[in-house]
Ligand binder design. Sequence first.
Ligand SMILES: [Zn+2]
Length: 431
Amino acid sequence: MKLIIHRGSKEIGGTCVELQSRETRIIIDLGMPLVNAQNEPFDSKQLEGRSIPELIESHVLPEVSGLYAGEERSVNAVLISHSHQDHYGLLRYINPEIPVYMSKGSQALIEASDIFIPTKANLRNVITFEMWEPFIIDDLVITPNLVDHSGFDAAAFLIEGQGKKILYSGDFRGHGRKRILFENMIHHPLKDIDYLLLEGSMLGRGEGKYKDEAAVEIRMASMFKNKTNIAFVFCSSQNIDRLVSIYRAAKRTRQTLIIDLYTAYILDSLKDISDKLPQYWWPDIRVFYFWGHRKMLRDNGLASFAEKCVSARIYKDEVSRDKKNMVMITKYNPAFVKFIGYLGDLTGALGIYSMWEGYLERSDFRKPLQRQGIDFETVHTSGHAPERDLARLVKAFSPKCVVPIHTFQPQIYPSLFPNVHILSDSEELIL
Ligand SMILES: [Zn+2]
C-alpha cells in the first residue's frame, strides 16, 4: 500500500489524500484550499474561467493523474469525509464516471449549499454509505465512523487492505452535541491501527473561552434573557450543532428565533435525516426573506420553497415592533446593513459572533455595528479537537504511526505523540 497526501500535510484546507493498493486508487477528500502559497486567504474567484490544466499548473488543483474530467480515469473512487468546502470544494472537476462516496447528511448539505454558493460541487455519481457499515472498493474495505464535528454527519474512515489498517480522522472533536461518539471511540478504540492520519487544526491555537457547545448555549441563553433589544447571531448556517444551540437558548428564554430562507432551506433539506433539527414550521421560529436568497432559490427552480415557508414569514415591521423578544441568525452583508436600517433604535442590541475569530479578523464589522449602539461579543467553541483530546485519542488507539494532516503545525506532533511520521505534500509513503 502507498499513501500520498497530495495536499494538507502542512496546512488546513484543501485536503486531498490518496491510498493505493495493488489494484486500487482511492482519493479521500478533495477540498478547496483555505490559503494560497503565500499563506494568504484563498480567493475562490481564482477558479473562474480557468481550465483544469491551468488550475493544476497553478497548484489550485492537486496534481493527481486519472482523477479529473477530460483525462483517462484511473482513480476507482473518491470518499468525502464531510460537507465542509475545504474537504469537498473541488469535486466538480473530477471525471464524472468516478463514484463519490459520502454520508446522506453530507450529500444533502452539499446539494443544498450548491444553490447558494458560486463554487458549486455539481455532485454526480454519488453513493451514500451508512455509518459503521463497511463497503468494498475492489481490494479495500472502508468503514465510515460517525464523528462529532461542526460539519453535520461527518465521518472518519477506517481503510483496510493488504493486511494494513489506516484510519483517516477527518475533522472531529469531543465537545459538541455528539460528544458521546468521541467518548465511545476512546472507551472502545479501534484495534491494531497501523497508520492514523490525524487532524490537528487546533494545534498552535488557543482553546478559546467556551469549552464546549453546552457552554455556548448557556452563555447565549443568559445574554438573551437580559437583553433589552434584538440579538443578532452571526454564524454559519451549515453549523447545525450551533443552530441547535441558538434555538435551544432562544426557546429557554422565550425568544422568537428568526432565520433566513437560506438557513430554513438547509435545515429543511436535513429533515429526513434527523427529526430533531429546528424547522421553519416550528412554532417559535420565523423566516425573514432576503431578496438575494429568494432569487437564488428561484434561479434553481425552487421558488416554491419560499411559498412553502410563507406561514412562518416575518416582515421587518413586525421585527421592529417586537425587537426585545427577537433573536436573529444572520450574516453581515449589504442586505443585512440595509435591513437593520429599518429597525429604528438599536441601543442595547446584541451582536453575537459565533464563528472562528479568524474570519472576523479578515473582515471586521464590529466597529460599524458598535456605532449603531450594538454591543458585540464572541461566543464560540471550535469544531475541532484541542490538543488534550487528540492526545486521548492517540493514547486509546496507540497506532503504529501517526501522520499529521489538516494542520499548520505538523512539527509539534512529535512532542505530543509517539511514532510520528511527518510527510510533505506529494511525498509517497510505502505502508
Ligand atoms: Zn470540517
